[in-house]
Unconditional design. Sequence first.
Length: 193
Amino acid sequence: MKLDPKKIYNKVKTYNQIYDEKEHCLMVLNIIGNGGTVAEFCLEAYISEKLFYKWRNTYPIFDECSRLASLYAQVMWEREGEENADNPDFNFKYWEGIGAQRYNYGRSARIRLNVDSNADPHTQYQQLIEQATGGEFCASEIKQLMESINIGIRAFESFKLQEQVDKMKDDLIKMNMHNGNNIAAIKETEATD
């Protein structure tokens, strides 16, 4: 595979990266279902991984097709290991590495978060919960993520509280500037009562 910058640029420019359900669902089933990677799909579709995951979150049929393709590929990978259990020439380390990377076999694999980096921690927390209910994370990953998000939420709340305190201080200063010493106004009010 050789990078052809001009071809890729022209393809991306004219392709507009528009989702086509039939085309892209069949493509994801074919590529990932036959043991290919998300990266291979993205190169074939001329899209970024970010757009791939956006499509998964936006288009339920595409999401389901990509999940089924991954499951099919995982079953084929597992069968390959079973069929070659007694084969001394089988490269078990390579096979295991593929499983760890793609199917969370053995050691924890990298996880991809579909979280709006500009959102506040409360919104990010909800986005992670949605991903977790979709089976995106294992138990230890979700625990670590939630602990991190909880720390982020506490920090966010502290900053927001400090903003409110600072605003109240500013309001007090402004009130003091406009009313002079508020005690005089209070004494005048008491005298009229």
